[in-house]
Structures are given as structure tokens and as C-alpha cells.
Design a protein around this ligand. Sequence first.
Ligand code: NAG
Ligand code: NAG
Ligand code: NAG
Length: 273
Amino acid sequence: MASLGQIIFYSMVTLIIVFMTVIILILSLALTVGSAEVLSKDKMVIANLGEDALLSCYLNSDSQNAQQKDVSVSWQKTGVTGLVYQYEDGAPTLSDQNSQFKGRTKLFPDALLSGNASLLLRRVRGSDAGEYSCSISSSAGGGKVDINLRTGAFSAPSFKFSNGVLTAEASSWLPKPNVTWSHNDGRVLSGFTNFEENSAGIFSLVSTLQPVNVSQAYTCSIQNDLVTAVSTATATDSDVSGYTYFIYSAASMPFASTYLSIMATVLCMYSTT
Ligand SMILES: *[C@@H]1O[C@H](CO)[C@@H](O)[C@H](O)[C@H]1NC(C)=O
Ligand SMILES: *[C@@H]1O[C@H](CO)[C@@H](O)[C@H](O)[C@H]1NC(C)=O
Ligand SMILES: *[C@@H]1O[C@H](CO)[C@@H](O)[C@H](O)[C@H]1NC(C)=O
């Protein structure tokens, strides 16, 4: 026979378990219903002046059934009156668009069907740099994401080799970069670089390294605070081969990247539950 005390004890335990189950159910419902959120593949965009830039913004939802008609999108830029772009009721609504962006912006209507509101900004200008925000609302959920756009100029150098002199020529850089040479065995070498600034304030450069040994590989790094172009060049008797890759800086906003990695951790935990 269970004593009164035991009955009360087990009733309490049962009640507690029931309450906890209910709370967990409510929490998981709250997390799944309307859970779509707005994300960006790249919140620190570096754009090359005169070229097009894609500002990524999309609704991350499991149910990809949001109809184009019920998605509305608003792109804004801090410190700019009016809008960068707006999409409502199945069509662009550009009456409030700031003239700075006129004829230079577009969304991707097909992608919008699945909640992708990425903005293409054409022929990027220096004045486009700044903080953008993308807001999406739809039946599947919504939200806002901020994207930082920095502008500059960068181009891969071309290489020449004659009489033991290796020459790198790059046509457009901004801000003014520095150039460093090294041998692939790690030794830093001293080259000589000459810069020229054009009427738009953009730099071209010619950098020479000598003497250079045929069949050995040399690295030329052209760097400013936005981008580093790392090139490897190898001269033969008659020719020179070179290839370049770009490293985009994210370092000027350490807090943003810490925040991003924390967010990523949270999102991982979130998606595994
Ligand atoms: C969104 O659309 C753009 C343009 O088609 C595409 O480049 C990008 O990868 C898409 N992003 C996502 C998350 O699907
Ligand atoms: C060229 O090769 C010689 C012999 O291997 C080496 O001592 C010298 O440092 C090399 N020069 C350069 C610029 O790499
Ligand atoms: C080159 O420029 C970058 C960015 O401005 C700077 O961080 C770096 O220290 C410079 N390197 C040299 C060798 O001057």
C-alpha cells in the first residue's frame, strides 16, 4: 500500500513532467512556426568601382512555398533619403527610389519566388559605399539584415620578363596599395615600384624585380586595406607565366566577424535541435 506521502510525491513528479512537456512543446512550436529569417551570404561586400555588385539577402525558410505575390522587399541605405529598391504586390515600386540608384538596381524575379531578395547594384561608384539594410516580409516569416559595402579598385597584374628583370603591371588600384616581392623559398626581396594616379584618382603601377633567376618562382603581393592580390610568377628563357588570386579583407570590423561566428554557432545548435 502506498502511503499518502508517496501518492502526493508521485503526483507532484507526474505534474512536473507534464508541465515540462507542455513547455517544451510550446517552445518548439514557437521555434518552427514562422521561423523563416532573413540572412545574407556576405555581410561585408567589397566591390570593384565600375563593376556590378551583388548584395545577398534571402529568406531562410524550410517551406519554400511563399508566393511571389506575398513577398515584399525593401532595400535601404543609411544616410540616404528614399529607398534603394522596393518590391511590393508582385512588382517593383520605385517611386521613392533615391535618384543615386536610378537605373542601376535590380532584383531577380525568379529567385524572389523562393524568398531570394538579393540586389544587383550596377556600375558601382565610390558614393555607393556604406550600410545597406534588406527587409523581407512574407507569409513564411521575415526580418532584416544589414550589409556593409566597401568600394575600391583592384586588378590582377600582368608579368613581363626580359634581361633578368621581372616586371608586374597593374592598371587600377584604390586606395593606393603597397607592393612586396618574395622568392618562393620565403626570402623577402626588394623590388622597385612606380605609381601613377589618373584623373579619377585611381592608381596604376609598374613594379620591377631584378635580378631574377629563370625557372624559379617569385611572389608579388599588391595590398591595400581592402584587397590583397597574390601573384606567383615564373620566368623561362622566352616567357613568363603568372597566376593571381585575391584575398578580400574582413579585418576592419573584428566585432562583426565575432558576431558572425557566434551567430553561426547559434544557428548550428538551432538547426540540430
Ligand atoms: C539569390 O539569387 C542570386 C541571383 O540569381 C544568386 O546569385 C544567389 O546565389 C541566390 N542566393 C541564394 C541564397 O539562393
Ligand atoms: C638566384 O639563384 C642563386 C643560386 O641558386 C641564388 O643564390 C640567388 O639568391 C637567386 N636570386 C634570386 C633573386 O632569387
Ligand atoms: C601594406 O598595406 C597594408 C594595408 O594598408 C598594411 O596593412 C601593410 O602593413 C602594408 N605592408 C607593408 C609592407 O607596408
